[in-house]
Design a protein around this ligand. Structure first.
Ligand SMILES: [Zn+2]
Length: 483
């Protein structure tokens, strides 16, 4: 996504803060550590949404932000924005496929079926191959089992989730993802088996699931698979039927985004958004394991710690024209669910949000690293970011390597909705160090306090965000994007 660069930005390479201004002092490392020690403690059990530890984490963050002098900022005037979630875990499934009336034996481990409302039975349901499509091309999908190729072979093809929802909305009885020949089926099978959590109210078919390549290629003529690459391809009724009975465990629960606000002076109806996800993976190892808790110290207690301390620093600093919102999101680990809920019900219109800055996994690198930007080259923010980095006497990493993480962080939900959103810091500049974290502590029980790296880099990155937040709160330095 590209934004047109407003002309006014050309003036931005001039300093926002006077050039003589001293760099912003790093955040208080002891304060950062205190937040991380609590949020990543075993008593919070890994901060899973819907768990007691999750409730404690959200309460802690709201209390800290209130203590720092901020006001509640959720759309209803409270500290908490409800985010309703539904988790579905497959329990049982028996599937019988028939081609031209003859039953064919498919290895049950090559398929996963999730009964989205708890239990479903299909009898001789007709099966349609829809390729990469979303449009019916006149085909009637009502009551049909629709096989949908996963992946995105070309620009013209929409993402799988968008296509899945569109097919479900046409009344399909089931939407089954067809995994690619080279996709890691064992992983996909395992992940679906552990259940899938989505926002409540999301459109879905009564049955969703996936088939491995060796299974579905026995149902779909390979020539059809080739033909499906054309954007003109329309769904094709196969000489195949499916008998299926499946049950799932369905759990509905509510979690929250914590939202706080510093009111602007003069342009309070416009805002700069800071966000960081508070949730983590909870109990992530089976019963009996030596350590079952994924504490999420770096991911993302570190980002929440920075969010709180940046809020405190800005609240105690000079008044700013625009309002600042500080949002601690839930459900990031499940697919940016809290950030997407925020986008659906923002505390102010999205076009009034000048920019969004996300903190995720910031406590990796020591101080002194060049500053990289996830979202570099994709928003009109780069000149302002560079000015902020220079004002801190730090080096700019202007490579776009970190953009590989673009879709894996909450800022992406804002960016998809048209809000310039980036994630900035020294942690994203050293790809070897980041790679080592992702291959090691990441999403495991050892991302805990005992393994927490020194916080000098996080403290320095936090100061940079204070500077950048103040600049972005100035409409003269960074105008709202034109509609
Ligand atoms: Zn994570």
């Amino acid at each position: 996504m590209k934004w047109l660069l407003p002309l006014a930005l050309l003036a931005v390479s001039h300093p926002a803060a006077p050039p003589s201004a001293a760099p912003e002092a790093p955040l208080d490392q002891a304060a950062l550590r205190r937040h991380i020690e609590y949020l990543a403690s075993d008593s919070l059990q890994g901060r899973a949404p819907g768990s007691e530890g999750g409730v404690k984490a959200a309460y802690y963050i709201a209390s800290e932000l209130a203590g720092a002098g901020l006001a509640p900022g959720a759309p209803d005037g409270s500290w908490y924005q409800p985010v309703d979630l539904v988790e579905r875990t497959p329990m049982t499934a028996t599937a019988e496929w028939r081609v031209k009336g003859h039953a064919i034996a498919l290895d049950p481990s090559l398929g996963r079926f999730i009964a989205m409302e708890g239990g479903t039975r299909l009898v001789a349901a007709p099966v349609v191959f829809a390729g990469y499509g979303t449009t019916t091309g006149g085909a009637d999908l009502k009551g049909k089992v629709v096989l949908l190729l996963s992946g995105k072979p070309s620009e013209g093809v929409q993402g799988f989730e968008v296509r899945r929802r569109a097919i479900a909305a046409q009344g399909a009885a089931a939407v089954i993802a067809l995994s690619g020949e080279n996709d890691p089926w064992a992983l996909i099978h395992d992940q679906l088996g552990r259940g899938r959590t989505v926002a409540s109210g999301e459109t879905h078919a009564p049955v969703e699931g996936a088939l491995a390549f060796p299974a579905w290629i026995r149902l779909v003529d390979p020539e059809l698979v080739v033909a499906a690459k054309s954007l003109e391809f329309s769904p094709h009724l196969l000489p195949v039927t499916l008998d299926l009975s499946a049950t799932s465990h369905v759990r509905r629960y509510s979690s929250v985004n914590v939202i706080a606000r510093i009111a602007g002076h003069g342009r309070a109806g416009e805002a700069v958004l800071f966000l960081a996800h508070w949730d983590h993976l909870g109990l992530c190892r089976p019963e009996g394991a030596a350590d079952r808790i994924c504490n999420g110290a770096v991911d993302n207690a570190s980002g929440i710690a920075a969010l709180i301390e940046v809020a405190r620093r800005i609240e105690h600093g000079p008044p700013l024209q625009r309002s600042l919102y500080f949002v601690a999101t839930t459900g990031e680990e499940m697919g940016l669910l809290g950030a997407r809920a925020l986008v659906r019900s923002p505390p102010l219109p999205l076009e009034h949000i000048a920019a969004a800055l996300n903190f995720d996994t910031i406590a990796i690198s020591p101080a002194g690293e060049p500053v990289a930007t996830i979202g570099r080259g994709m928003t009109p923010l780069d000149p302002l970011i560079d000015a902020a980095i220079r004002s801190q006497g730090r080096l700019i990493d202007d490579s776009e390597a970190a953009n590989a993480f673009l879709g894996r962080q909450d800022g992406w939900a804002l960016m998809e909705a048209g809000v310039p959103a980036v994630m900035i810091g020294g942690a994203f500049s050293d790809s070897a160090r980041l790679g080592a974290f992702l291959a090691g502590d990441y999403h495991s029980p050892i991302d805990d306090i005992a393994h927490l790296p020194p916080l000098d880099g996080a403290a320095e990155d936090g100061a940079l965000h204070v500077v950048l937040g103040r600049m972005l709160a100035d409409p003269g330095l960074f105008p709202l994007r034109a509609k």
